[in-house]
Design a protein around this ligand. Structure first.
Ligand code: G3I
Length: 354
């Protein structure tokens, strides 16, 4: 801890040894020192985090906390087109192979993110000219190759990510919409199911968690897919939240209308950003948000998994994309559990009666 003479590594070792006394705001009494994954398993919930390849490869402690605390992981970037489909017929699987093998070695499930998105696309695709049929063939080849390679080893795929714009309409600033048309969404789900009939297939988006125009548009899109017999199993709620967030009736209503369609939900990219430098009261408020979201997912029968978008403040997209904010995750930059971690721990322990 800064100014105490105790080195960072000592803190890390203490943190990873799960010394409850390290919890900043004294929730020690209610806390349970079992890792999150143990408590979550008792409620049949998958609890996990997004993994960044840099620290995954270079930082032993990062991998230890990942395997100790979580029973599911997702790649923050490694499965995206720009990282995996590096040439028209060239694929790079070193990172994704390493992640899936690590997960299997540590009895963790894997979420695949993402097969179709308008972002993070390789230059050969964005600067190429392709007919509609060629674009469909490229999409089919990508999904068949990537999903096929990991068939039976990936529990769920974000098949289509962020296809609905903030205006509630199907996003037209997407190469898939431009080259194929609106049918690309249903096609992608059919191609994914063909490549791995066992994988759960998700539509994933942000700002569509409560009841609002965007979640109405997502509901309409997935209802159409269900009505048309397109193989879809769930909806991913990204939940990139601002500190002060609280779960409301809108979240319950949205979860239950999706359940009525036979769809599950997963919280796929949770983080709660706060102005920097973060203060103790702000971290307390953040803990309430993490506790609320965890309790919500435990309470909704169709909520199957809760993943944070990264797990340590040392590796988070937030400071780069939302200047002046950060500290959005359950572990601090030294991998010490924050109040947010203990709030998740308490919600899980409460549900599992531990
Ligand atoms: O891989 C290149 C590397 O070769 C290059 O040297 C480096 C320097 O520019 O960039 C690297 O690419 C970066 C990539 O992350 C991999 O690290 C991109 O610049 C950077 O923009 C990209 O950011 C990712 C962002 O998606 C892109 O939109 C974030 O890490 C990632 O957290 C974020 O994740 C998205 C989800 O997929 C979907 N939902 C929202 C979420 C946050 O935006």
């Amino acid at each position: 801890m800064p100014g105490t003479g105790i080195g960072v590594d000592t803190c890390r070792r203490a943190a990873t040894a799960g010394l409850v006394v390290l919890s900043i705001v004294g929730t020690a009494t209610a806390a349970n020192d079992a890792p999150l994954r143990v408590l979550a398993a008792a409620s049949d919930l998958r609890i996990g985090a997004a993994v960044a390849m840099g620290p995954f490869r270079a930082d032993k402690m990062y991998r230890e906390v990942l395997a100790r605390e979580f029973n599911i992981l997702v790649a923050e970037n490694a499965f995206k087109w720009s990282e995996i489909h590096i040439g028209r017929s060239a694929y790079y699987f070193d990172d994704t192979d390493a992640l899936v093998t690590f997960a299997e070695d540590n009895d963790m499930a894997v979420r695949g993110h993402t097969l179709v998105w308008h972002n993070q696309l390789p230059g050969w695709l964005t600067s190429g000219t392709f007919s509609r049929d060629e674009a469909i063939a490229i999409l089919h080849d990508h999904i068949a190759t990537v999903v096929g390679r990991y068939a039976g080893r990936i529990a769920a795929w974000d098949v289509v990510n962020e296809a609905i714009g903030d205006d509630g309409r199907l996003r037209e600033d997407s190469i898939w919409y431009r080259l194929i048309g609106p049918d690309y969404v249903a096609m992608a789900f059919r191609f994914a199911h063909e490549a791995d009939p066992a994988a759960k297939l998700y539509y994933n988006d942000y700002n569509a968690e409560g009841m609002n125009a965007k979640s109405d548009a997502v509901y309409a899109l997935v209802k159409r897919l269900v009505d048309d017999g397109v193989p879809i199993d769930g909806v991913g709620w990204q939940m990139h939240l601002v500190n002060g967030f609280g779960i409301g009736d809108g979240h319950r209503d949205n979860a239950q209308r999706l359940a009525a369609l036979g769809l599950e939900i997963s919280i796929t990219e949770l983080d709660v950003r706060t102005p920097l430098p973060s203060t103790e009261p702000a971290l307390e408020r953040q803990a309430r948000a993490y506790g609320d979201v965890t309790a919500f997912c435990l309470a909704e029968a169709n909520c199957k998994a809760l993943l944070t978008w990264g797990f340590t403040d040392a590796h988070s997209w937030i400071p780069q994309f939302f200047r002046g904010t950060g500290d959005a995750l359950p572990f601090d930059a030294e991998l010490r559990p924050k109040p947010a971690y203990w709030a998740m721990n308490e919600a899980l322990a409460g549900a599992s009666g531990e």
